[in-house]
Design a protein around this ligand. Structure first.
Ligand SMILES: [Zn+2]
Length: 415
């Protein structure tokens, strides 16, 4: 095998690219320069729009693109970058098969960088490839923009979930919409207002809004009123994931109340024990170890009120796994029990659940599982934690779409 053929294959350059030559620059870290050109007959397309366009001039002459590393060496592709005269864009650098327009990276290298930024974070990707954070950020924007231009995520929707996501401390939120069936995020924008939900329905259009059969959301009025107006045929569901979240909050409120009461009455040791219980109480029963389960059982002797609150939370979770008729009966019992529990937060929760009961039952009836909302929330939380928060909402939206909209880059060696 000739070395040029070997290089073309190992570097994953494809048949449209010809390897003209190569040089190895020795140093602390060697650099392999590979001179390439497009195959004859492949030239002359606008780098922006891909339209066939006549030759214009030599442009800036030779250009370089950082490519996937070869062993310990870095690798750069070197080629002429002539300009074409695009009917729409005027003189523009001609498209090349190995790189996106206006990028100093090859497509394969860029895809790798973005992949690492999504599964880890941008700084880790920057360190790994020895490039700047800003270069990683630009690559993410380029890859997401290109992919979003190729697909229409709003096509063929039947069931969607609308939710809010915090992107920064201090009441900064995004509105995120997902497809209930595929679990993909299909739309996201800054803010959580009626106007933002309205923007989503504007993008969706009248016909596709009318085709929506289910819309899941929490109790938020800013979502519900707009949905009722813009998709009046859709059944509004309340994701049980949110209801369990409310129950968890009520449980924690009871725990705090008991802790305060104990502290005031001088039971400092007992109070301290309750404080340490927080995470144990909030976790699901099936995820507790044997020892942790004993701690909960022991509450029977230590703090009855807290045990009752914990039981109410766990029972509510179980109801959502039942078939509709059984769930209805169980929910009746639960509401009666919670209302009489003399636990303030659960009395209040029972009232809220009565308000949204139709939406909750619709969720159980149509089996719109809470797995989707849960996993979307978890992965968005992971992105936010890995990035240690996002200053700019648009940067967060880009990462959410790359991770959850099914538009993330494929690894260069994916088949
Ligand atoms: Zn063009």
């Amino acid at each position: 095998m000739r070395v040029k053929t070997l290089l073309r294959k190992v570097l994953g350059l494809g048949h449209a690219v010809v390897v003209c030559g190569f040089e190895l620059h020795d140093g602390a870290r060697p650099r392999l320069d590979v001179r390439v050109r497009a195959k004859a007959g492949q030239r002359g397309r606008c780098g922006r729009c891909g339209a066939v366009a006549p030759w214009y001039d030599h442009g800036g002459g030779q250009r370089r693109w950082r490519h996937v590393d070869v062993g310990v060496a870095t690798c750069e592709l070197v080629a002429e970058a002539p300009r074409v005269s695009c009917p729409t864009h005027g003189p523009t650098v001609a498209a090349v098969a190995w790189a996106r327009h206006d990028s100093a990276f090859s497509r394969a290298f860029e895809d790798l960088v973005v992949h690492d930024a999504v599964v880890g974070n941008k700084q880790a990707a920057a360190d790994r490839y020895g490039i700047s954070w800003r270069a990683v950020n630009n690559a993410c924007v380029r890859v997401a923009t290109e992919a979003l231009g190729r697909v229409d995520l709003l096509e063929g929707l039947v069931a969607i979930a609308i939710d809010e996501v915090k992107y920064k401390k201090g009441q900064r939120y995004l509105t995120v919409v997902c497809d209930q069936f595929t679990g993909k995020v299909i739309w996201a924008a800054k803010g959580r207002t009626k106007a933002v939900v309205g923007e989503f329905f504007d993008a969706l259009g009248t016909e596709r809004s009318a085709a929506l059969q289910f819309v899941s959301c929490d109790g938020a009025e800013w979502i519900r009123t707009v949905v009722a107006k813009r998709a009046p045929e859709a059944i509004v569901c309340l994701d049980t994931f949110h209801v369990v979240g409310w129950a968890t909050e009520a449980l924690d409120e009871v725990r705090r109340g008991e802790w305060n009461a104990l502290r005031r009455s001088g039971g400092a040791v007992a109070a301290k024990a309750l404080k340490g219980l927080r995470f144990l109480l909030l976790r699901n029963w099936e995820n507790l170890t044997g020892a942790q389960r004993s701690v909960i059982r022991d509450l029977d002797a230590v703090n009855r009120r807290l045990l009752r609150a914990w039981q109410l939370k766990e029972e509510l979770r179980e109801i959502f796994a039942l078939p509709l008729l059984a769930a209805r009966r169980a929910l009746d019992d639960w509401l009666a029990y919670a209302s009489r529990s003399r636990l303030g937060p659960f009395v209040k929760l029972a009232r809220t659940i009565r308000v949204y009961r139709a939406s909750i039952e619709a969720t159980i009836e149509w089996r719109l599982t809470n797995g989707i909302a849960e996993s979307v929330n978890a992965s968005i939380g992971r992105l936010r934690t890995n990035a240690r928060g996002f200053h700019y909402p648009q940067a967060f939206i880009t990462m959410i779409m790359l991770d959850r909209a099914g538009i993330g880059p494929r690894l260069p060696w994916a088949t």
